[in-house]
Design a protein around this ligand. Structure first.
Ligand code: DHB
Ligand code: FE
Length: 288
C-alpha cells in the first residue's frame, strides 16, 4: 500500500526560486535563508519519495479569475512550468502520477470532497519553488513524480482552515488506500506572514508565525479554530496561504516527529519558513 513518509511545509516566495536560478544563494541577503534549509535538504535527499503531493495555490497563471475552484487536483501525465514576473523558471517539467491522481479523485469524491479535476494544468512558483526547496539541483528531471493539489487562497471566500485540515485527512485516507507500494511526501506551501499590497504591505507578525510553526505539530486544532478573517488580520492578506499547511498536516498521521525547522525574515516582503516532519505512524511495520 502507499504510505506517507514525510510532510514539508515551506514558503513559496518566487524570489527564493529566482535566487537559486540566478546563483545568488551565497549572497549575503540570501545565504542565511538557504543555510536554514541545509539540515532538511540533507534529510529529504536521504528519504526520497516516489511521489510528492504538493498543496499550493496558483497565482492567476493557470487559473484566472474566470474560474476559481476552492479545491482542485491535477490528473495529468505532466505539467508545464509557467510563471508571472521573471517568467517560467528554467526547471525541468513536472511529471505526474495519473493513476494515484485518479484514485485520489475518486476516493475524495466518495469521501464528500467534490474536488475539481485538472486534466491539463500549468504549474507556477507556488509549486516549483517548494520543489526547488526540496531538490535544489534536479538536473534534467525532478527526482519524484508530482500531484498538484490547488487551494483557493486568492478570492473571498477562501475555504476555512478547518475544511483544509479535513481535506488533508481525506487525502491521507485516499493515499493510504492506494494498492501500490509507494512512498509519498506531502508538501504544504505558502506563508508565513505576508501582505504584498495595500496599507499593511510588508506586514510581518513573528509572534503569530512562531505560534503557528509550533502548534502545527501537536495542536493543529488550535489553528483550525481560526477564521479566515483571523488569518488575514494576524498574518496579512497573503498570509492566509498558511491554511495550505493544514492540508499537509491533516494528511499526516497523529504520530509525527519534527526533523527540522527554520524561520527567516525577510525573503522579499515575506516571513519565510520551512518545517519538515517525519510520519512515524505510516512507517513500514507500524500499526495503521
Ligand atoms: C511573494 C510571496 C508570494 O507568496 C507570492 O505568491 C508572490 C510574491 C513575495 O513575497 O514577493
Ligand atoms: Fe503566494
Amino acid at each position: 500500500m502507499a504510505r506517507i513518509t514525510w510532510g514539508l511545509a515551506t514558503s513559496h516566495v518566487p524570489s527564493i526560486g529566482a535566487a537559486m536560478d540566478n546563483h545568488k544563494t551565497e549572497d549575503p541577503y540570501w545565504k542565511p535563508l538557504f543555510d536554514g534549509y541545509e539540515t532538511a535538504r540533507k534529510w529529504m535527499a536521504e528519504h526520497q519519495p516516489d511521489v510528492a503531493v504538493i498543496v499550493y495555490n496558483d497565482h492567476a497563471n493557470a487559473i484566472d479569475m474566470d474560474l476559481v475552484p476552492s479545491f482542485a487536483i491535477g490528473t495529468a501525465d505532466s505539467y508545464d512550468v509557467a510563471d508571472e514576473g521573471w517568467g517560467p523558471r528554467p526547471v525541468p517539467p513536472v511529471i505526474g502520477a495519473p493513476q494515484l491522481s485518479e484514485h485520489m479523485v475518486r476516493e475524495l469524491v466518495d469521501d464528500s470532497f467534490d474536488i475539481t479535476t485538472c486534466n491539463r494544468l500549468d504549474v507556477d512558483h507556488g509549486l516549483t519553488v517548494p520543489l526547488s526547496v526540496y531538490c535544489p539541483d534536479p538536473g534534467d528531471a525532478w527526482p519524484c513524480a508530482v500531484i498538484p493539489v490547488l487551494v483557493n487562497v486568492i478570492q473571498y471566500p477562501q475555504p476555512t482552515a478547518a475544511r483544509c485540515y479535513a481535506l488533508g485527512q481525506a487525502i491521507g485516507r485516499a493515499i493510504r488506500s492506494f494498492p501500490q507500494d509507494l512512498k509519498v511526501a506531502v508538501f504544504g506551501t505558502g506563508g508565513m506572514s505576508h501582505q504584498l499590497a495595500g496599507a499593511r504591505a510588508g506586514l510581518i507578525n513573528e509572534r503569530f508565525d512562531r505560534m503557528f510553526l509550533d502548534a502545527i505539530e501537536h495542536r493543529p486544532e488550535t489553528l483550525t479554530a481560526l477564521s479566515r478573517e483571523d488569518y488575514i488580520a494576524e498574518a496579512g492578506s497573503e498570509g492566509i496561504e498558511l491554511i495550505m499547511w493544514l492540508v499537509m498536516r491533516g494528511a499526516m498521521s497523529d504520530s509525527i516527529a519534527r526533523v527540522h525547522d527554520t524561520y527567516h525574515v525577510p525573503a522579499s516582503n515575506t516571513a519565510a519558513a520551512l518545517a519538515l516532519f517525519e510520519d512515524l505512524g505510516d512507517r513500514e511495520g507500524a500499526m495503521a
